[in-house]
Design a protein around this ligand. Structure first.
Ligand SMILES: CC(C)(COP(=O)(O)OP(=O)(O)OC[C@H]1O[C@@H](n2cnc3c(N)ncnc32)[C@H](O)[C@@H]1OP(=O)(O)O)[C@@H](O)C(=O)NCCC(=O)NCCS
Length: 180
């Protein structure tokens, strides 16, 4: 649906669930990305959760991230505020082989384009662990800036972690690339 230089963002298909469930059960990845503690989830629960999210497209729009013919993760825009015209962004590339090679920033760029160009929103925001340098740098590469650091704000992976809010205004955005 949305085609970038390295990734395509598209609907989640039945054949994606094996890999998406594997990613969702990877505790090391969970504790980098999610401020909720990990809980055990069966394949069926994970699949149902994704299916439920896909029925709530007025609240959250979820995409599979595809690269080299396989799903490598998922991402979303959510928490739509149609008064302030803002939304939040989330992303997890679950296949570590695709980390640090520009796939994440490509997906984030497409999500931002989706929010501004298709949803006519005005600002995209997110939160990230301050020591998640890979994520911070990928977001910065797309134009996100830090809007403040909350000290020892979350408990993740056995420690209190600093939490950074980042945002990108439409007026700062470089503009659409090649949405198809
Ligand atoms: C965060 C994530 C989406 C980023 O995607 P990615 O494809 O890995 O990121 P990119 O390759 O586009 O950019 C990574 C940047 O971090 C740098 N980087 C790579 N490995 C790094 C490391 N070990 N430590 C610090 N920086 C690193 C890269 O050099 C690049 O920055 P640069 O272009 O300024 O040099 C992906 O790594 C991921 O899903 N991680 C696990 C879940 C997660 O953290 N989600 C985000 C929660 S807020």
């Amino acid at each position: 649906m949305l085609k970038g230089e390295r990734v395509t963002l598209r609907a989640i298909e039945e054949s994606d669930y094996d890999r998406l469930a594997k990613f969702a059960r990877d505790v090391e990845i969970h504790v980098i990305a999610d401020d909720e503690p990990p809980v055990p989830r069966s394949f069926d629960q994970i699949k149902e959760d994704y299916q439920e999210l896909q029925k709530k497209q007025n609240e959250i729009v979820v995409f599979a991230i595809e690269a080299d013919g396989a799903v490598i993760g998922s991402c979303s825009v959510h928490r739509f505020d149609y008064t302030a015209r803002t939304c939040a962004l989330g992303i997890t590339i679950g296949d570590r082989n695709f980390w640090g090679k520009g796939y994440g920033r490509d997906a984030v760029r497409l999500l931002v384009e989706y929010a501004f160009h298709h949803l006519n929103l005005r600002k995209v925001h997110l939160t990230v662990r301050s020591d998640n340098e890979r994520a911070v740098r990928a977001y910065e590469a797309v134009g996100f800036v830090s809007e403040g650091l909350q000290r020892q704000h979350v408990w993740m992976d056995g420690a209190y972690r600093d939490w950074i809010s980042m945002g990108l205004l439409r007026s700062e955005w470089a503009g659409p690339s090649r949405t198809t």
